[in-house]
Design a protein around this ligand. Structure first.
Ligand code: ATP
Length: 312
């Protein structure tokens, strides 16, 4: 096989409960992930060698990024897709080569785990390209070492993550949920938002609670009850994201005014997520909030969808 393309979804957090800061620098979390139909595509291809005597010191893994957001994504070894491909090659103890191409649609630094999605897609694509045949469980282990959100991008669907978010249990859900995402200008750094969350709690003298999954949320998902789901959405990082980006309060208010059943910041933000009653209502809502101050663009999507999948 000389090229493999993998399609991988973005996530929204239906619940993000943030516990105390641990000694290893992470927080204990309860993180209900939901994969939505906003996709990046990663192609892994055998490098094209114009001459047999190609410089042997040439980088074995090269990445390019296409799309409007390409300028915001590193094309160095720091790219999460490159890190994932390297971790996979290291696991086999052999050196492999690949040219990676990312077609980017998931917002960058937007709280929708786009970088983690690309890492998961690179694992699946290189596993195929290099004919390794590693089972999903092995890819999940490598994924957890790369980042807390990477295993979920492999799994997809709806799942609850505990620990730092990487220990996953799939959740039973009924039906399809329709979403509008308001993308903001510029990103928010995830570590900065967690830091602000700790700072706000300290300032208010509030101890971080032990995170626990919301029973109301689980019931709403199980029953496919969109109104109950809208009521049960929650994100402990939202006050911190709003403190760092006050304009998000307008975006959330506009969505609620125009009939969203639920409105919240996605993960560490600044993307805002709105739950709509139907696909039609999602399109109407998108048209109504697209001109709100601070909102760069809107997209509609539905979930749950599968995780990283070979597309061709
Ligand atoms: P999360 O929701 O997991 O906290 P995020 O969606 O807020 O993450 P990402 O888009 O994953 O943020 O990217 C965070 C940073 O990671 C970017 O600012 C970028 O510098 C770096 N990065 C590395 N590789 C990638 C990639 N393939 N796509 C996007 N960003 C990448």
């Amino acid at each position: 096989m000389s090229a493999i393309t993998v399609r991988v979804p973005a996530k929204v957090n239906l619940q993000l409960a943030v516990g105390p800061l641990r000694e290893d620098g992470y927080h204990d979390l309860v993180n209900v992930f939901h994969a939505v139909s906003l996709f990046d595509e990663v192609t892994a291809a055998e490098p094209f060698d114009p001459a047999p005597g190609r410089d042997p010191s040439a980088a074995p893994l090269v990445v390019r990024v296409e799309g409007d957001l390409a300028g915001e994504v590193p094309v160095s070894d720091d790219n999460l897709a490159v890190r994932a491909a390297r971790a996979l090659a290291d696991r086999t103890g052999r050196s492999y080569r690949a040219d990676l191409l990312i077609r980017k649609s998931i917002p960058v630094a937007g709280g929708m785990a786009g970088g983690s999605a690309d890492a998961a897609a690179a694992l699946v694509a290189c596993n195929e390209l290099w004919g390794l045949g590693l089972p999903r469980e092995d890819l999940m282990e490598i994924a957890a070492d790369i980042g807390s959100d990477v295993p979920f991008a492999l799994l997809g669907g709806t799942a609850v993550g505990t620990g730092r978010g990487e220990r996953l249990a799939p959740l039973e859900t009924a039906g399809v949920f329709h979403w509008v995402f308001a993308l903001a200008d510029g990103g928010l750094s995830t570590p900065r938002v967690y830091g602000e969350c700790d700072r706000l709690r300290e300032e208010a003298g509030v101890a971080a609670p032990t995170p626990a999954v919301s029973e109301a949320l689980l019931a709403a998902l199980r029953e496919g009850d969109v109104r109950a789901l809208g009521q049960a959405l929650s994100n402990d990082l939202q006050p911190a994201a709003l403190a760092l980006r006050p304009s998000l309060a307008n975006t959330l208010a506009a969505g609620r005014e125009h009939g969203a059943l639920g409105a919240l910041v996605s993960g560490s933000g600044p993307t805002c997520a709105f739950l709509a009653e139907s696909a039609e209502r999602a399109h109407e809502l998108a048209a109504l909030i697209k001109d709100v101050d601070g909102c760069r663009s809107v997209v509609t999507a539905s979930g749950p969808v599968p995780g990283a999948t070979v597309a061709g």
